[in-house]
Design a protein around this ligand. Structure first.
Ligand SMILES: [Zn+2]
Length: 168
């Protein structure tokens, strides 16, 4: 899988038909700026090569119907996405509806196959491109606010960061 920064991609990969491209572009740039601010704030490693902002994802030449952000710092992952959930690489459907998600997750120290623990998450569904783009701007603002309010070490020290799979 490779990634393409928002500025170098094509909105039609996510929204084949947009009646109000400026509204969509405006909200997506806002979301992009929230994610970049979070990456800078955390001094985080960029999971994509988009400079810490929103990226399109492409696998074997096929671009996913979505925009994604992922930032990692000290064992805490901050992720957000706006996408239509395709079933496989050859499924070329688009929304509506589009799903918007944001999540804070920590790595698991106790059980190797655990996959990590989700500590905060939100998800919404939207039927138009401007609403979905606005939804992503709000979800990334939520993520930035939480990233600024507490350090990755704090997230990892929370009680609900402990593993339920681990032996007592
Ligand atoms: Zn675990």
């Amino acid at each position: 899988m490779d990634t393409i920064p928002l500025s170098r991609g094509d909105l039609r990969w996510v929204f084949p038909e947009v009646r109000d491209p400026e509204a969509v572009r405006g909200a997506l740039s806002e979301a992009d700026e929230h994610v970049r601010a979070l990456t800078r704030h955390l001094g985080a490693r960029e999971a994509g090569r988009g400079g810490g902002g929103l990226v399109f994802r492409r696998t074997e030449g096929i671009v996913a119907a979505g925009l994604f952000a992922a930032t990692e710092a000290a064992g805490a992952d901050f992720t957000a996405g706006l996408y239509f959930p395709r079933r496989c690489l050859w499924d070329l459907r688009w929304g509506p509806p589009w799903e918007v998600e944001a999540e804070i997750m920590v790595v698991c120290d106790e059980v190797p196959d655990c996959g990590g623990h989700t500590l905060a998450a939100r998800a919404d569904t939207f039927t138009t491109p401007p609403e979905a783009a606005r939804g992503l701007a709000e979800a990334t603002a939520w993520l930035l606010e939480r990233g600024r309010a507490a350090s990755p070490a704090f997230w990892r020290s929370r009680d609900d960061a402990r593993c339920r799979e681990a032996a007592p």
